[in-house]
Every structure is written in structure tokens, then in C-alpha cells.
Design a binder for this molecule. Structure first.
Ligand SMILES: [Fe+2]
Length: 151
């Protein structure tokens, strides 16, 4: 799972501590996402994977940011629509991620960030909440796209 999009990550950062944690899932080049879920999930281990899992996603995010900016200059609604599509994709990816890991339904969510991000009965609930956050982001982008047409 990888969260693509500079604008997307920036939105999470703007959303506060909860967003920062969420944004770290996609941007951390570390070999695990331990701070978020309490247990390390190996992302990659071989040196050549840095190209595939860090540099290529960084290049894609950079290109996405430039495209989003250009669309915003030409017609803001197009940029918001693009972001809404990414948010929709992210929501579905998180939900599939949970579905692919049924053991997370009984795995407790324990993290130093839970005081800021929220307390959840299970790791599955945590990721469902993150997926729900993506839906909210999509709805906000769609509202902005509509509003920008009337400015
Ligand atoms: Fe988002």
C-alpha cells in the first residue's frame, strides 16, 4: 500500500496530528510503519527496493503535484476532481487492506499516538477510520469543485 500525491499528503498534515500519522504511512522511507500500528510491517528489505518503493513513488508524487497545480491554474474544479478521485482510490485501498488481513479484527491497536489519533478496539478499526477519513477528504474536494465553478 502506498499513498501517492503530494497534495494528498499535505492535506493530511493540515488535518493535524491524526493526519500526520496517516501521511507517514505513505511517505516514510523506513523499513516499517511501526509508529502507527505498534508492530512493524516490513515494507522492503532489499537495497534495490529503494528504487521501487521510495524513488519511483516520490517521482510519481512530484508529477502528480505538478499536474494538480497546473489543473488548478487552468480550472480549479479539474484539480479538485482529480484529488477526489485519488481520495476515493485511497478509501477503497484501505478497506481492501483491512479485508486482506482478517486477523486485524482481533489485534489491538496500541500506539504512542493513540492519544492524539484516537483509541480503537482493533487494528482493523484503525484502518477503517483512516479509510473513512479519505471519504471525508473526497467529499470536501467534490464540494470545493462545485464551489469553484461558481466563483
Ligand atoms: Fe486523504
Amino acid at each position: 500500500m502506498y499513498h501517492i500525491g503530494g497534495a494528498h499528503c499535505g492535506e493530511h498534515v493540515a488535518a493535524g496530528r491524526r493526519g500526520v500519522i496517516n501521511g507517514q504511512l505513505g511517505r516514510r522511507p523506513a523499513a516499517s510503519i511501526r509508529p502507527v500500528i505498534g508492530q512493524p510491517i516490513p515494507i522492503f528489505s532489499r537495497r534495490e527496493s529503494w528504487l521501487k518503493y521510495y524513488w519511483v513513488p516520490q517521482a510519481i508524487a512530484f508529477g502528480y503535484y505538478q499536474l494538480s497545480w497546473l489543473l488548478y491554474v487552468i480550472r480549479p474544479a479539474w484539480s479538485y476532481r482529480l484529488n477526489a478521485d485519488f481520495e476515493d482510490h485511497a478509501e477503497h485501498e484501505y478497506m481492501e487492506f483491512v479485508a486482506e488481513h482478517p486477523g486485524w479484527e482481533t489485534e489491538p491497536f496500541e500506539s504512542a499516538f493513540s492519544g492524539d489519533y484516537g483509541r480503537f478496539d482493533s487494528l482493523a478499526d484503525l484502518f477503517r477510520q483512516i479509510g473513512h477519513d479519505e471519504r471525508v477528504h473526497k467529499q470536501e474536494s467534490l464540494a470545493q469543485a462545485t464551489a469553484s465553478r461558481f466563483r
